[in-house]
Design a protein around this ligand. Sequence first.
Ligand SMILES: Cc1cc2nc3c(=O)[nH]c(=O)nc-3n(C[C@H](O)[C@H](O)[C@H](O)COP(=O)(O)O)c2cc1C
Length: 201
Amino acid sequence: MKISVILGHPDEKSFNHAIAETAVETLRENGHDVAFHDLYREKFPAILPAEEIPRNAALPRIIRRHCAEIAAAEGIIIIHPNWWGQPPAMLKGWVDRVLRPGVAYTFTEGDSLGAGVLIGLLKANAVLVFNTSNTPPEREASVFGDPLELIWKNNMFVSCGARSYYRKTFGVIITSTLEQREKWLREVKEITSRHFPATPA
Ligand SMILES: Cc1cc2nc3c(=O)[nH]c(=O)nc-3n(C[C@H](O)[C@H](O)[C@H](O)COP(=O)(O)O)c2cc1C
């Protein structure tokens, strides 16, 4: 399967990078065709300019390439830390420029009532989101309403047509031991393999 892996974290020594390495390695071991983007290392141009907002806008080559890749992806993995209940701005910028109309979604015919119901265009069978956080999951859900779940699942990937969606948050990172982090990476491997098993040779 063609699988796009998108990482939004600026520090190469971060646990997010370790998650990405593990996921990419597992996908390759399982025989998948992986397109991996470390957005900070690649210096992805993350600001959506006004002229790119119209549906039929002319796009720069790098954005055309990302759009073509995500449209063709049969699986997608997104990896990032919880920053104020949101993805880092770099990754938000990737979403703004790449998950665009005509690529990730379109509107229903004659949406004259402004119902805002999208028709998803992504063909990805499975979407995985790996997050890290310093807030215990119960507090993230009860106090903040787990905004990352609303963003990635409800607002984005279900609207854009993903057939299956799974998100896992690892934490609390700041107090975690090496042993705990190694266990989490084994979990990353298991979750990745469960959703993207080895392809028959
Ligand atoms: C700008 C910024 C905002 C953050 N906001 C939150 C937050 O809202 N909730 C939270 O639990 N952790 C927050 N954190 C902590 C990160 O989630 C944490 O450092 C990260 O998940 C650890 O993983 P890493 O080692 O891969 O960076 C924030 C960190 C930064 C730098």
